[in-house]
Design a binder for this molecule. Structure first.
Ligand code: TYD
Ligand code: MG
Length: 464
């Protein structure tokens, strides 16, 4: 068969048999390029009868020496990666440009190198002078980190093979250029090739490799997403611009729990660890006010108290606004619908704004009840009971489902000076000394307990 022509999207890597101005898969314009396939069409060939080599088989026995973790002493970082760096592992650290990935990685490199590990930091983005200046500002210039500024994948691999560091940080994978791939640096095919070569190197030589990747705000992840499956661990560094703290979140981890978070604060001298994040996510000098509820949440393995703020006000628009920061807007729509349908609390003609204090992004369903509490509190202009935390998942029927780890949520609340909790607890009787727990099993019960069923304002009628 003759060589076949296929077309490939340089943005998402999707292959197709015909050219188009716009990629069907990712919606990008002018990204489809022809790729001459030297091999014949993918379906036209099979392995045939030519034999390969028999693969050596092993068993499931675990040898301790295979998983020697290295701690950096940066506790928030160590915990997120599952308790320490695993040799021969590949990790991706993704995040928005300017969020602080390079700063974090330079600090991690310095920490590891001062514990005696050989660390190489390869930057394809900044000049050596810039990095040295930053190191100086961070007070880590004396750390024995081997610094290189290079973008050629071939030269980087050769250097890594010669140096054999225990840890190699590549900042960023989008700047790395593989000479055997003919598309521009930063394109999907380049990023894939670089990530593939570097993860293969990690497995082959026992070096732990950390790849830094930029994620664009539009959610089109020109790079990192497509290499998530190649690496062992995927961490995202998140934070709201204007807020000084940053969250490092494990979204995939072959060597530890996913969803673990580490909290850092960006200061004038780099990132510092925040050991007690609850204090951070409760707004300072907090007084109970309408529209505010405190969620006793779980982030990863750790309980975290977070303030949920809502503003519900008559809308001047024909189409009332629903704006959410730090939570899923689909989930907000669901909570509003359940409040309307099951509890008879209409939000028609009302603007709804929801904000998670401190720039944290919450994913767990146990936040539902705290959101409902904040919404009702703002709508009714009535404060929630003082020093009380709320958590629980709302189902479409209006029934409340108990949340996991209720005990540690309550303990964290007690530790931070709270004295009450409202939550569904189910059959188990979860108690913590010092916390007055009110068990609710249905959203309308919750409305009754907190606001008194008859007292709900009929804003809908008032608005019409
Ligand atoms: P950087 O690590 O370069 O971000 P990324 O690699 O994710 O693009 O961080 C850049 C931002 O961090 C920049 O806006 C300045 C801020 N910053 C501080 O606030 N304090 C510091 O000590 C450093 C080094 C940076
Ligand atoms: Mg950077």
């Amino acid at each position: 068969m003759a060589a076949s022509e296929i077309y490939i999207c340089t943005a998402c890597g999707t292959e197709s048999t015909k050219w188009a101005g716009r990629c069907d898969a990712c919606g990008e314009w002018n990204t489809i390029e022809v790729k001459v396939n030297s091999v014949t069409g993918p379906t036209s060939k099979s392995l045939g009868r030519k034999r390969g080599t028999k693969i050596a088989l092993t068993n499931l026995k675990f040898s301790e020496s295979g998983l020697q973790r290295e701690q950096s002493g940066f506790e928030e970082f160590d915990r997120v990666i599952g308790g320490g760096l695993v040799p021969a592992s590949a990790t991706l650290v993704g995040g928005d440009p300017g969020i602080g990935k390079s700063t974090l990685m330079l600090q991690v490199a310095a920490k590891f190198s001062t514990t005696g590990l050989s660390v190489m930091y390869v930057s394809g983005e900044e000049a050596a002078g810039q990095i040295q200046m930053r190191a100086n500002r961070l007070g880590i210039a004396a750390a024995p980190v081997k610094l290189a500024t290079e973008t050629s994948l071939r030269d980087i691999r050769t250097t890594l093979e010669a140096e054999r560091p225990a840890l190699a940080i590549i900042d960023s994978v989008q700047t790395i250029w593989a000479d055997f791939v003919d598309s521009s640096p930063g394109s999907i095919t380049q990023v894939r090739a670089a990530a593939h070569e570097l993860t293969v190197f990690a497995k082959r030589c026992g070096t732990a490799v950390i790849l830094v990747g930029h994620v664009t705000k539009e959610g089109q992840i020109a790079g990192p997403r497509v290499i998530e499956h190649m690496v062992d661990t995927v961490l995202y560094f998140e934070g709201e611009r204007g807020h000084h703290f940053r969250i490092l979140r494990a979204v995939k981890n072959r060597f530890g729990p996913a969803d673990e978070i580490g909290v850092f604060e960006m200061t004038g001298r780099g990132l510092t660890e925040v050991a007690n994040p609850s204090a951070l996510f409760l707004s300072e000098g907090r007084e109970v006010s309408p529209g505010s509820a405190v969620l006793a949440g779980i982030e990863g393995t750790r309980p975290v108290l977070v303030e949920i703020q809502a503003l519900v006000a008559p809308s001047p628009h024909a189409q009332p606004r629903r704006a959410v920061v730090g939570w899923d807007s689909g989930r907000l729509a669901m909570v509003l619908a359940v409040l309307e349908a099951r509890c008879g609390v209409p939000f028609v003609g009302l603007d709804v704004y929801l904000n998670v204090a401190g720039g944290l992004k919450i994913h767990e369903p146990a936040a539902d009840l705290a959101v409902a509490a904040a919404l009702l509190s703002s709508r009714e202009d009535v404060s929630l009971p003082e020093k009380t935390v709320v958590f629980g998942e709302i189902s479409l029927s209006g029934a409340l489902r108990p949340a996991s780890k209720a005990q540690s949520r309550l303990k964290e609340a007690q530790k931070l000076g709270f004295s009450g909790a409202i939550a569904p607890v189910g059959k188990k009787s979860e108690t913590v000394v010092g916390i007055d727990l009110v068990d609710v099993s249905d959203l309308s019960d919750f409305v009754g307990i907190v606001f008194g069923t008859s007292g709900l304002k009929k804003r809908k009628e008032a608005h019409e």
